[in-house]
Design a protein around this ligand. Structure first.
Ligand code: ADP
Ligand code: MG
Length: 616
């Protein structure tokens, strides 16, 4: 048989490599801006058209390239940044693989203009799908101006795989944020279709953070400053009372390189433990500086993961540094409990006799489980928790689980004021003997054993079905805010919110876009608890961002899921006995009471036998 193995032509090899390096327009932006920074630029301008599909242009005032280098730069593994493998462990530049330009040129139309500062003439290169079309001398500014057009023109699968323009733009904005934060001394601008998203002049870290995330963040920032022989840690952490439900203000940088590090994130969350409002994440902007020999940046071409030689050492220094900073600002509980504006620390109440659980201010007339079609007439007793009549049929099924149960005599009967007369007496007693456990589960005796209900998932299911009903029946009802709330988001969240505003208004939100990433909430869906609409919006964006892409295509449903998740009663929230039975009632009025909208199990029954076995 004839030999069949051949070397791939460079253009094919480059295209394959491009699949690794360039996943989306944002990857091009990242690679090219990093090249500008490596070239010593103090000014970088980024112009984007159609979220990068049509044009990505980066203009820098860095060192520029000679005509031979300009040609060479597009070869694979061509780099000026390292010479030997060991250089990787002394790396201070962003790039070193020499893959980016070759990859970009393999899958797009690239025009490069570059000139060194001491030259009169520069070089122009036009290269498309790895083929050089032109190279000639030109008059141009010192530095480099690179235009990438028609990205993925020869990789239709990749092009098709791109998400909507707002989603792709959001990725680009995220990359620019990371770079802008890692190199605050560099002026950087981002324009999309001619409109400015960022125009940031070179400054220090604090001012850069404020100019990206809005002036409100300024008062929250606590500086970090710790230097040890292993690592230097600088930057800022946010005060716990400013922590938000939304990810997006958490950044680690190592030797000016952005990195993701779930383990160090955990270190920070641990330090903040007990001083954060429930399910919030503190902001942090943390810069590690250490000997490049102590880290490995060569994990993956997109390089956001970094391995540390002495990870546990850094973990400890990081925690100490954060703790010290919180302590200096009287935030750590052991230092000062009474400080005005300090945070609530949850404590076990049983040892404290008469201490009252602090109550959240609520509108007593407002009922989170109430539906659009109040069921008062149907229940006949004025309990607004009852479910819409159409769904009553399911309820019969769940009530049958309680049949045959003995009334629980250990429990004093609750005052019967508002109780709908809809169960037989023993069922009522049993539902009433349901208890909340760890402020997270509801335990309720059923015929075959003990049913455990996850309270948050249950409430998610209830809200989700109500929201879907609003969408399907077009019965939008908005609850107008007495005091419309204005808020500012960072650019990427603002783009996301703008893109889903029409869907949100179909659900009953009345939110107006003010421009400059500011919004005002005038109204919220009638079916939701509206005590803090901003929190719901933040929670919604967070859930939505983390939904799988295929779900995001079914935008309304995903928004309904995300909204339900964001507004469901959180774990840790104590329920009154009346609320517990209403929750059970509403849950079993749902079409699918067993699973949360994201498909997680809501309830399970521990069989009687198991109890007997337990006690053998
Ligand atoms: P790497 O950055 O890993 O070295 P690239 O493919 O991104 O690989 O770039 C190849 C080379 O081209 C770089 O090493 C650098 O010498 C040169 N280069 C790329 N972009 C610029 C720029 N904006 N200014 C000056 N030189 C550049
Ligand atoms: Mg590079």
């Amino acid at each position: 048989m004839a030999d069949i193995i051949q070397l791939l032509p460079d253009s094919v090899a480059n295209q394959i490599a491009a699949g690794e390096v360039i996943q989306r327009p944002a990857s091009v932006v990242k690679e090219l801006v990093e090249n500008a920074i490596d070239a010593g630029a103090t000014q970088v301008k980024v112009n984007i058209k159609d979220a990068g599909r049509t044009l990505i242009q980066i203009i820098d005032n860095g060192c520029g390239m000679s005509d031979t280098d300009a040609r060479m730069a597009f070869e694979r593994h061509a780099t000026s940044k390292i010479r030997t493998a060991s250089d990787i462990f002394a790396i201070r530049t962003m790039g070193f693989r020499g893959e980016a330009l070759a990859s970009v040129a393999a899958i797009a139309d690239v025009e490069l203009r570059t000139k060194e500062h001491d030259q009169d003439l520069g070089t122009f290169i036009h290269i498309s799908g790895s083929t050089i079309i032109t190279q000639e001398a030109v008059r141009c500014d010192s530095g480099t101006n690179i235009q990438v057009k028609n990205l993925f023109f020869n990789v239709p699968a990749r092009r098709k795989f791109l998400k909507s323009n707002p989603a792709e733009l959001k990725h680009i904005i995220n990359e620019i944020q990371r770079i802008a934060l890692s190199s605050p001394e560099i002026s950087i601008s981002l324009h999309h279709n001619g409109a400015a998203i960022y125009e940031l002049s070179g400054t220090n870290k604090r001012v850069r953070i404020v100019s990206i995330f809005g002036k409100n963040i300024n008062q929250s920032l606590i500086p970090l400053d710790t230097e040890t022989s292993l690592v230097k840690i600088t930057g800022f952490i946010g005060q716990p009372q400013y922590a938000r439900k939304i990810f997006g203000e958490q950044f680690f940088f190592v030797n000016k390189r952005y990195m993701k590090h779930p383990f160090f994130h955990k270190a920070i969350m641990q330090t903040y433990e007990k001083i954060l409002p429930p399910s919030t994440i503190p902001s942090y902007f943390i810069y590690f500086d250490l000997d490049p020999a102590d880290i490995d940046v060569n994990i993956h071409p997109t390089k956001t993961e970094i391995k540390f030689e002495n990870e546990s050492g850094i973990w400890q220094i990081l925690q100490a540094s954060v703790r010290e900073a919180l302590g200096k600002f009287n935030i750590v509980p052991s230092i000062d409990f009474d400080q005005a504006g300090s945070v609530e620390i949850p404590m076990p109440l049983r040892n404290f006799g008469d201490v009252h659980v602090p109550e959240i201010k609520i509108n007593p007339a407002y009922n989170p489980f109430e539906t659009q079609t109040p069921a008062k007439s149907h229940s006949g007793t004025g309990s607004s928790f009852a479910s819409p009549p159409v769904q009553r049929s399911n309820q019969a099924n769940w009530q049958s689980m309680y049949k045959g149960l003995e009334p629980n005599f250990d429990e004093k009967p609750e005052p019967q004021e508002d109780e709908p007369v809809q169960f037989r007496i023993e069922e009522q007693q049993t539902v009433k003997s349901s208890v909340q456990f760890k402020n997270k589960y509801i335990l309720t005796p059923v015929k075959s054993g003990l049913m455990v209900i996850d309270q948050k998932r249950a409430h998610e299911r209830i809200l989700y079905e109500r929201l879907m009903q609003v969408i399907e029946n077009h019965e939008v009802a908005s609850q107008q805010q007495l005091f419309p709330e204005t808020f500012e988001l960072n650019a990427s969240d603002a783009t996301l919110l703008t893109s889903i505003l029409p869907d949100l208004s179909a659900l009953g939100f009345d939110i107006r876009d003010f421009g400059k990433n500011s919004f005002i909430i005038n109204g919220t869906p009638g079916v939701l608890n509206t005590s803090s609409p901003l929190e719901i919006i933040e929670g919604l964006l967070e859930e939505y961002k983390n939904s799988p892409a295929n779900l995001q295509e079914k935008a309304r449903e995903t928004i309904a899921i995300s909204l339900a998740q964001a507004s469901a009663i959180p774990y840790g929230h104590a329920l009154k006995p009346g609320e517990i039975s209403e929750l059970i009632d509403s849950l079993f009025a749902c079409q699918t009471p067993n699973f949360s909208p994201k498909g997680k199990k809501i309830l399970s029954i521990m069989p009687l036998d198991d109890f007997e076995k337990l006690l053998k």
